[in-house]
Design a protein around this ligand. Structure first.
Ligand code: MG
Length: 414
């Protein structure tokens, strides 16, 4: 109950030329029919495609379609003497238990169809089928007339200008609610119509016109001279997707940082701060700044990735203004250097090496704080902890060591 398409390739194309049926001639090296068929296969909204052929084109179309790969239902059905008969036969082929909700009817002789045209019409049709009009409004591609129009009879007679406002050239695809257009065709077999939209209106249906982007592409291949114009339009399309703007080249950098701070004397003032999180009741670390060993390791990792020296270079311990400083200032400076390159931090991995405090119970607090400080989502932030099995300064409880790695993505200099 999705959307089906009728691809009309049953016309004789007598105005086009005596050689091959026009839907089988090649434009840009591809048979005309395949241009629209490819678009229908690529359009997300379409699940059933019916190609309407004549006795003259049947065998060649069967051969062409044999080489086409698609998961969609693809039928080839013999059309009638006139276009209108062909459409009705195609609709009757689609009717029954598996009938689609909507159908798009398209002339194979308009090879400039794009998948986006089909999806735009299918989406609009679905919106129109809201019960506000019965039968639901149909839809036709159409292009507003841009040129000055005159009525011409002879060189001596005055040119008679025609007001072009409201004048459109009708195109296909035209789309309809399936049962409504089938009913319209079955009731209008005795009267000839030039297109399905006018036939639909004759039974009381409303029709909305839609001017598609690149509507000029939907020109019909009628005369041999049209082939050159279409080759140009299709060639543009074939070329268009290729020159996508070149994305700036990105390189990945890894930075590593390491830091150690000793615990202060028992009874000293201050709080232990790790990764911007305070640990009440724990002995604070000693340092010129707030001694946040985790943020120092992380900040140095970023400087390392950027090849921008180290924390002591940017914030000399000899400078009194950094005494007791909040270490988030250092981290923010390093992050600003990443932003200045146009790059970004994509991952960080922090390891704390200590006997105390126990990091595990506060791990998510640290990750949340680091997320707030760096703008990274917590899924890109790892916090680990280890002891040294009682060995060394950390093992003896004299201080805390921290290691950090970061991954940076930086634009590569041209
Ligand atoms: Mg330090």
């Amino acid at each position: 109950m999705g959307c089906a398409t009728l691809l009309l390739a049953a016309g004789s194309g007598t105005r086009f030329g005596p050689d091959a049926p026009k839907v089988l001639t090649r434009l840009q090296g591809r048979p005309v029919l395949l241009w629209s068929l490819d678009a229908m296969i690529a359009a997300a909204s379409v699940d059933h495609i019916v190609i309407m052929v004549s006795e003259q084109t049947m065998d060649a179309v069967v051969d062409l379609v044999e080489g086409v790969e698609t998961d969609k239902i693809l039928d080839i059905v013999l059309g009638g003497a006139q276009r209108q008969d062909t459409v009705r036969l195609g609709l009757e082929h689609l009717s029954g238990d598996e009938a689609p909700a909507r159908v798009l009817i398209h002339d194979a002789a308009r090879p400039g169809l794009l998948p986006g045209d089909i999806d735009a019409i299918a989406t609009r049709l679905e919106a129109l089928d809201d019960g506000s009009s019965q039968p639901p409004s149909g839809l036709s591609a159409a292009i507003p007339t841009a040129d000055t129009l005159v009525r011409y009879t002879s060189p001596d007679a005055p040119l008679d200008p025609v007001d072009r406002s409201g004048l459109y050239r009708m195109q296909t695809p035209q789309g309809f609610a399936f049962t409504a257009i089938l009913d319209a065709h079955q009731r209008q077999q005795e009267t000839a119509f030039t297109c399905d939209a006018t036939l639909y209106q004759a039974v009381g249906g409303r029709v909305e016109l839609i001017s598609l982007p690149q509507a000029e592409r939907l020109m019909k291949l009628t005369f041999q001279s049209d082939a050159d114009s279409l080759e140009g339009l299709l060639g543009l399309a074939a070329a268009a997707p290729t020159p996508a703007p070149a994305a700036p080249a990105i390189e990945n950098r890894t930075g590593f940082g390491f830091d150690v701070h000793a615990f202060g004397e028992a009874g000293e003032d201050g709080e232990l701060v790790l990764a911007g999180v305070t640990f009440p009741g724990e002995r604070p670390l000693k340092g010129h700044s707030d001694a946040d060993v985790a943020l120092h390791a992380l900040t140095d990792a970023i400087y390392g990735g950027l090849v921008e020296g180290d924390i002591g270079h940017h914030f000399p311990p000899s400078d009194p203004q950094w005494k007791g400083a909040d270490s988030t200032v250092f981290l923010e400076h390093a992050l600003s250097l990443i932003r200045a390159t146009g790059g970004r931090l994509v991952h960080l991995d922090l390891t704390l090496i200590c006997e105390r405090p126990k990091i595990g119970p506060r791990r998510d607090d640290l990750r949340a704080r680091l997320s707030a400080l760096t703008g990274l989502e917590p899924g890109r932030i790892s916090v680990k902890a280890t002891t040294t099995e009682g060995l060394g300064f950390a093992g003896r409880g004299e201080g805390i060591a921290a290691q950090a790695t970061v991954t940076l993505q930086l634009p590569t200099a041209p």
